[in-house]
Design a protein around this ligand. Structure first.
Ligand SMILES: [Zn+2]
Length: 406
């Protein structure tokens, strides 16, 4: 008979024993930010920690150089059930670890290392998955979406991860579904003073589109977000720009309404092209992120475990404002939960900010990473000692999916 309480104590002790090593890694990644798909050093360090502990790691999962899959537990062809613990380690361009992914990656490795010590007492196995490019700032981002599409999650029974936040909460709140588009306007160059009538102004098309989208914002549901940057707006003030481009992210509570919004945004682009005489091309520059579908059974296990080690988990969230995550796609493929743990006491600290970056390198951030590693490991212990949990999680998952499709 397996003593679950004792196993949980052992994984917590293992994290404590490795605290210095984990903190050093989190700090190192924080000080050496790499953006999506370029997380060469971060992925090498994280995978290296597992390898040093004798856990085989396969790099290049789903065709992404900085992705990895570590299999721990019994022999390489490990049995079901299988719990995946997800690591992220990408940074934001110009801002560094303003989303604290240095802590996410390290917590997943900490959990994996701890679980290896009790693997012989678990039924099933654990995968630690290195998932690159969560931030949509990098081209072809959405490492988890690529992994879902490559079938990596076909053989997984649950996926769990941690994300730093401004409050400690494990909730059923769903992230926003998000998609990304680029619009390219092709005009004709001409001397801006000598022969403007010969030109077709691509920058004008971008400006018109920007304004049309700004007007559109008032006529859509309040959960919708549309935000963009101008990628190209001409080369010189004395040349009518023959090319200009703009990138938008569009988001909404659900994918169905988001599709309607996308059609209207495309309409804004078409109108701007028509008005200026430009030729329009556009594309979806990254895979869509689905809204998350947090699993209630996993939520309850994770909450209980975090509370048992002193985390003040308050699942009545006090702060509104939601982003999007490629974990959404995972959570619609297998039962999943993402636990938030506070890395600052300042509730108002916005994500993707300098203040959040500082919190991700603070002592509170480091401690949150350690308790996250424990919470993840303890939850994996629950799932791999009592098959009822995964059975229930799957049945709730099926119900949620049916409800979402209704
Ligand atoms: Zn993030």
């Amino acid at each position: 008979m397996v003593d679950v309480k004792q196993l949980k104590q052992r994984v917590c002790d293992a994290v404590d024993r490795r605290a210095t090593e984990l903190i050093d890694t989190a700090d190192w990644i924080h000080a050496h930010p790499e953006i999506g798909h370029q997380e060469v050093e971060a992925s090498k360090r994280l995978a290296g920690m597992l390898e040093t502990a004798g856990i085989p790691v396969e790099m290049g999962t789903a065709g992404m150089a900085t992705a990895f899959k570590a299999v721990l537990g019994a022999p390489a062809n490990t049995p079901r059930p299988r719990v995946a613990i997800l690591a992220e380690y990408d940074a934001l361009p110009g801002l560094g670890h303003g989303c604290g992914h240095n802590l996410i990656g390290t917590s997943a490795i900490g959990a994996g290392l701890a679980l290896q010590e009790v693997a012989a007492d678990l039924t099933g196995s654990i995968w630690v998955l290195g998932t690159p490019a969560e931030e949509s700032a990098a081209p072809n981002s959405g490492g988890k979406v690529h992994m879902v599409n490559a079938g990596v999650f076909n053989d997984v029974d649950a996926a769990i991860m941690f994300h730093p936040g401004t409050e400690s909460a494990v909730t059923l709140d769903r992230s926003l579904a998000a998609r990304g588009f680029e619009f390219y306007f092709h005009g004709r160059a001409a001397h801006a003073a000598g022969a403007p009538e010969e030109g077709i102004n691509a920058l004008d098309a971008v400006v018109l589109m920007y304004n049309a989208v700004s007007v559109l914002r008032q006529q859509v549901r309040s959960d919708v977000r549309i935000h963009g940057i101008i990628l190209s707006g001409g080369a010189a003030a004395n040349i009518i720009p023959d090319y200009a481009a703009i990138r938008y992210r569009t988001r909404a509570d659900d994918s169905e309404y988001l599709e309607e919004v996308v059609q209207r945004v495309v309409g804004c682009a078409e109108g701007a092209a028509r008005a200026t005489g430009c030729r329009l091309e556009w594309k979806e520059y990254m895979p869509g992120y689905e809204n998350t579908m947090p699993n209630k059974v996993l939520l309850e296990l994770m909450t209980t475990n975090l509370r048992s080690i002193g985390v003040a988990v308050n699942n009545e969230r006090r702060r509104s404002g939601r982003g999007s995550t490629d974990f959404g796609n995972v959570s619609r493929r297998v039962p999943g939960i993402e636990a938030r743990i506070a890395i600052t006491d300042v509730l108002e600290t916005p994500g993707h900010s300098v203040a959040f970056r500082e919190a991700a390198g603070s002592d509170q951030g480091r401690q949150a990473m350690l308790v996250a590693a424990k919470g993840l490991a303890m939850t994996a212990v629950d799932l791999l000692t009592n098959p009822d949990y995964l059975k229930k999680a799957k049945s709730v998952f099926d119900d949620d999916l049916r409800a979402a499709r209704r």
